[in-house]
Design a protein around this ligand. Structure first.
Ligand SMILES: Cc1cc2nc3c(=O)[nH]c(=O)nc-3n(C[C@H](O)[C@H](O)[C@H](O)COP(=O)(O)OP(=O)(O)OC[C@H]3O[C@@H](n4cnc5c(N)ncnc54)[C@H](O)[C@@H]3O)c2cc1C
Length: 578
């Protein structure tokens, strides 16, 4: 076999023919992992290998077309196809829990919403870890290194604030390019109800209010970490190799007891095990499910639990896999009297084919955008009764408790008739915590994923208030002659009825975080130090969303990119390269 012209390989035999030694082995070519692979290989003296379990993203239409994002998962070839344990907070339901099984990881399968979170979110990370490098102000350079803000050419600064964006980064962030029937009404509402103020740019560090959604879309196609950080000019570097279908099962001790620079991996589930040793470091970027899963199978975790599963417990770190935090969501919809929402194309194959033909020919039309034109971020009142039971878990007064996601169509199973608008609430500063644990010592078995959604009174309270807020949102003059009635929720529900409705219908927005959380250098808890090295070990770091000590009140891909960017600099710094 000849090697492909790029350095993305499918077969370890081809990798071995290159006869290379690797300074750095990155486990997972996902959102953060692609950043690390790119940044470490900027230095031609570093040789970098990225091992990605999933498949190539090349040529997959549902990934490339922004509007098709809901088709990419769950239960497809580019998804790990996980599901959760039975969720007590969801009346015992188990739900699909997608994660990208593809180059670019979850950035190749997500809904492309780009939100950084609040300044307070990151300042709290800095406080918790004792490292001011994690504060908002010090992370701004990394946001800018990531972001290439590219609004559509006809766009004015009425929809964003150029002062807060990076224009020379790698990953394209843009505004929507195709108008939606709800656009003017959502914005009009911000002038009609004081509860819903307008926010020019929710990525300023001050997200409260309603604003235009910013999305990781480049010229009408998805911008993922694979299309951006592994774009041809980067992937062609001779010192960067990517091996697909390479599923890391464990990290192994190298030489001395506390050094873990060796990875074990398989190329097919029934096949041979391979090992490779990095000269300098192994970086786990397998995400909030993959990273703790690998650590636990390697004997790094709660020694008692690991031993009981027959795993050789080599390093006691009880926090591995704990603290799983996610954002619960529920679909609220309104029946509307307009044919301009997205249902028409879903019900009419000819129209759908026309839209796709237009996208293919000119990258224009309704398919060039993600499904969300606007977003809003809000707080429950300071005097809410729930604060008599629990302290406010948000990062501060400028950080939201809940989000409303505005959609020009029905988010859910489509009935045979009717047009809809979605106002989808999510709890974004939750107190529920879950876990990723092992069921067995079989390194290829799925972990037990328990996000423990809506397990706290607080989260349930906020979700209830968020639904009431969504119902109020559709009442002012802006929606007259448009909204007919709430569709799937009865506006006369009592709190008890709302709780039942929530438990029967809520899901998640797929933001698992925190399963290998950062803590101060000398802390007895936590999984990684503020420089992201695994506590008490050498040669091993985690660089992905698993290290977040607390979930940002935002969609989480921007945080994963920020962690990838700063994590890369921390590694370079440790090796005297900056
Ligand atoms: C359906 C969905 C929709 C979402 N929508 C949005 C959105 O609109 N906006 C937003 O901001 N966020 C969204 N998110 C969340 C966001 O995409 C993630 O938080 C972020 O991408 C996580 O980045 P990461 O680097 O931590 O992990 P990932 O990007 O998931 O990367 C992990 C990588 O490691 C690989 N891997 C795992 N285990 C192994 C192993 N054992 N060996 C080798 N490789 C391995 C995986 O295949 C994957 O490529 C969404 C997520 C999903 C799933």
């Amino acid at each position: 076999t000849t090697l492909c012209s790029s350095t993305i390989l499918d077969n370890v035999a081809d990798l071995n023919k290159l006869n290379l030694k690797f300074d750095f082995i990155v486990v997972g070519g996902g959102t953060a992992g692609a950043v690390v692979g790119n940044r470490l290989s900027e230095n031609p003296n570093n040789s970098v290998l990225v091992l990605e379990a999933g498949i190539s993203d090349a040529g997959i239409l549902d990934i490339a077309v922004p509007f098709y994002s809901l088709r990419v998962t769950p239960n497809t070839a580019v998804d790990w196809n996980y599901s959760t344990t039975a969720q007590v907070g969801l009346n015992g339901r188990s739900i699909a829990y997608p994660r990208g099984f593809v180059l670019g990881g979850s950035s190749s399968v997500n809904d492309m919403i780009y939100t950084r979170g609040s300044k307070e979110d990151y300042d709290r990370w800095a406080n918790i870890t004792g490292d001011d490098g994690w504060s908002w102000d010090q992370l701004i350079p990394y946001m800018r290194k990531n972001e290439r803000f590219t609004p559509p050419s006809n766009e004015t600064t009425e929809k964003f604030n150029p002062a807060v964006h990076g224009f020379n980064g790698i990953n394209t962030v843009s505004l929507q390019g195709f108008p939606n029937i709800i656009d003017s009404r959502v914005i009009q509402t911000t002038t009609e109800l004081a509860e819903f103020p307008f926010n020019l740019d929710m990525n300023s560090g001050y997200p409260l209010g309603i604003g235009w959604q910013q999305q990781t879309v480049k010229n009408g196609s998805r911008s993922s970490s694979a299309t951006s950080y592994f774009a041809p000019q980067f992937i062609s570097r001779p010192n960067l190799q990517v091996l697909l279908h390479a599923r890391v099962t464990r990290v192994l001790q190298t030489n001395s007891n506390n050094t873990f620079r060796t990875v074990e991996f398989v190329q097919d589930l029934a096949g041979e095990k391979f090992t490779l040793t990095a000269e300098k470091e192994v970086i786990l970027s397998a995400g909030s499910i993959g990273t703790p899963n690998i650590l636990l199978h390697s004997g790094i975790g709660n020694s008692t639990t690991l031993s009981s599963l027959g795993i050789n417990a080599v390093h006691d770190l009880p926090s591995v896999g704990q603290n799983l935090t996610d954002h619960p969501l529920i679909s609220i919809s309104f029946l509307v009297n307009s044919s301009g929402t997205w249902e028409d194309a879903e019900r009419n194959a000819t129209l759908a084919a026309e839209q796709l033909a237009q996208w293919n020919a000119t990258k224009t039309g309704p398919l060039i955008d993600s499904i969300v034109p606007q977003l809003g971020w809000f707080r429950i009142p300071d005097n809410s009764s729930i604060f008599g039971q629990v302290p406010d878990p948000s990062a501060g007064p400028n950080t939201p408790h809940y989000e409303l996601i505005f959609i020009s169509g029905l988010f859910g199973v489509l009935p045979p008739t009717g047009n809809f608008m979605g106002v989808v609430p999510a709890v974004v500063s939750p107190t529920s915590r879950g876990s990723v644990t092992l069921e067995s010592n079989d390194t290829l078995s799925n972990p037990l994923i328990d996000p423990n959604l809506l397990s706290s009174d607080y989260d349930l309270f906020v979700m209830r208030e968020a639904i009431k807020s969504a119902l109020r949102f559709a009442t002012p003059p802006a929606w007259q002659n448009f909204v007919i009635s709430p569709f799937n929720v009865n506006s006369t529900y009592t709190d008890g009825e709302l709780d039942n409705f929530i438990r029967e219908n809520a899901g998640t927005i797929f933001h698992p975080s925190g399963t290998a959380k950062m803590s101060p250098k000398d802390a007895a808890w936590g999984v990684v130090d503020p420089d992201l090295s695994v506590k008490g070990l050498s040669g091993l770091r985690a660089v992905d969303l698993s290290i977040a000590p607390l979930i940002p009140a935002a969609h989480t891909q921007a945080a994963a990119y920020i962690i990838g960017e700063r994590g890369s600099d921390l590694i370079k710094e440790a090796w005297g390269q900056i």
